[in-house]
Design a protein around this ligand. Structure first.
Ligand code: FES
Ligand SMILES: [Fe+2]
Length: 371
């Protein structure tokens, strides 16, 4: 693959991968009997929670004349459009009533559907499955189910704590994702006296291996200048600490740190909202620090700092990107970014022409960089 990656030649529709689960919003923001509006992959959605507490997602446009259903009335079971009062089942999207119809008009109301999307609640988030787009101009019919369940954070004990952080990033999902897997920005973006300084920069060597639809930074002892490592050393033997980081299409980065019976696990996603806007959601679970009085708060504070540093960086970067500069990816530090682009084009190729997914990596690789 060339060092200079042609970001600019990616067509706008190629920037988003359909046919996957995406995080929509924190579950705690969705109340029973209430509706929330959101946008995922440029699809307007209305998300709600029925009387029983079950979440659902519909396209936020009435199939009659396009009024956002989020403007309608919701009784905990059906949504009534605010324009002509058509009523839809919240889960299936099936039309239940068209008030203007008189008895001798035999329009088949139950054949009309507001688009409905598979929706699941996992680890304090509402996930929505965004299917591959149907034929242009076709309306919605019966909802299809998702081929796989929504992703979940790996957990290694019954008892654990869970926390999340979320931030809007003013850049395309590609820049959001490669920013997440880029090891070289650490010493420059994430400086803090309690974390690390630019002077702590040193050569690192990490082994990577292909996994289905992604790659793994093989289990290793975390770098000695990282904060989780410093915290973990307080509760476990330094040599027993291992960390594994996976990236899997379309946007999942999971990290598992294990130290004896203690563990820390996170699942970070970068979700495309529009072609030049995305959102990062970090959800972490752990059974550590239960004995440290402010453990969870401390952890959240550290993570919030990081996410904010990344967000601010991408905000500044977006200024530079406005004018479509020529960009490059260099070895070895940007190799994960190259893999990401290659995985993504392999997936787009399968979606376009069918056939088998061709993984861009053929075997394990060792990368070296200074950070
Ligand atoms: S636009 Fe919704 S009922 Fe007419
Ligand atoms: Fe970062």
């Amino acid at each position: 693959m060339p060092d200079e990656f042609p970001f600019q030649s990616q067509t706008p529709d190629a920037l988003m991968l359909f046919g996957f689960w995406y995080r929509a919003l924190p579950a705690g923001q969705l109340h029973r009997g209430r509706l929330a509006k959101t946008l995922l992959l440029e699809q307007p959605l209305v998300i709600g929670r029925d009387r029983q507490g079950q979440a659902f997602a519909l396209r936020d446009a009435c199939p009659h004349r396009g009024m956002p259903l989020s403007c309608g009335q919701f009784d905990g079971e059906q949504i009534e459009c605010s324009y002509h009062g058509w009523r839809f089942d919240a889960h299936s999207g099936q039309c239940q009533l068209i008030p203007s119809i008189v008895p001798d008009q035999n329009l088949k109301v139950d054949r009309i559907y507001a688009g409905s999307y598979p929706c699941q609640e996992r680890d304090d988030f509402i996930w929505v499955y965004i299917p591959d787009p149907g034929p242009a101009g076709a309306g919605f019919s019966k909802p299809a189910s998702a081929p796989v369940p929504a992703p979940e954070i790996s957990k290694f004990s019954e008892q654990y704590k869970l926390a999340y952080l979320t931030a809007d990033l003013p850049c395309s999902v590609d820049h959001g994702i490669i920013g997440l897997m880029d090891p070289a920005h650490g010493p420059f973006v994430h400086q803090a006296w309690w974390w690390r300084t630019q002077q702590s920069i040193h050569e690192k060597r990490k082994n990577f291996e292909p996994i289905p639809y992604g790659f793994r930074m093989s289990a290793h002892t975390p770098s000695s200048n990282s904060a989780p490592y410093k915290l973990l050393r307080l509760c476990a033997d330094a040599d027993s600490i291992t960390t594994t980081i996976d990236f899997v299409l379309p946007n999942l980065r999971s990290e598992v740190i294990r130290a004896g019976k203690y563990w820390f696990s996170s699942l970070t996603t970068v979700t495309p909202i529009t072609r030049n806007q995305c959102r990062i959601d970090v959800v972490a679970a752990w059974n550590l620090f239960r004995w440290i009085p402010f453990g969870p708060e401390l952890l959240k504070f550290v993570f919030a700092k990081f996410v904010e540093q990344d967000r601010r960086t991408m905000e500044l970067q977006s200024e530079g990107l406005k004018h479509n500069p020529h960009l490059m990816l260099i070895d070895d530090a940007d190799r994960p970014a190259k893999w990401y682009f290659a995985l993504k084009s392999a997936m787009l190729e399968v979606k376009k022409n069918g056939g088998e997914f061709r993984h861009p990596m053929t075997g394990p690789v060792t990368l070296k960089w200074r950070s």
